[in-house]
Design a protein. Structure first.
Length: 113
């Protein structure tokens, strides 16, 4: 599997045989925070580390842009996403009621070293 990277933003894509396997949509801000806004993985590429690798690459790019912390919000309905970010040591920083699509979410953050 190959990965496409962009230096202008935290933009990645995971590819296998020329087909998109997954992508995170992430961005940085002037206050030292990077946000992983969306993370999508094709069902044929799940459970082989694709999402974990894309989050890790997003973190690496955030570090190179001198970001101090990465955050995301995770719907309480999405156990797979919550499990991924727990495994990657994202701390639950807050509970957001009626957030986004009127779902309750956890705000998770990880300090970059």
């Amino acid at each position: 599997m190959g990965y496409l990277r962009s230096r202008e933003s935290i933009s990645l894509g995971a590819f296998s045989e020329g087909k998109l396997a997954g992508l995170p949509i992430a961005f940085t801000s002037i206050d030292g925070l990077a946000n992983i806004d969306w993370l999508v993985v094709d069902r044929n590429f799940r459970k082989i580390g694709t999402a974990q690798r894309m989050v890790g690459l997003s973190e690496d790019m955030a570090k190179r842009k001198s970001m101090l912390r990465v955050w995301c919000d995770t719907s309480m309905r999405n156990e797979k996403s919550m499990s991924l970010f727990r495994k990657m040591h994202y701390d639950k920083a807050a509970t957001l009621k009626d957030w986004g699509y009127h779902w309750d979410c956890y705000f998770r953050a990880r300090k970059l070293q």
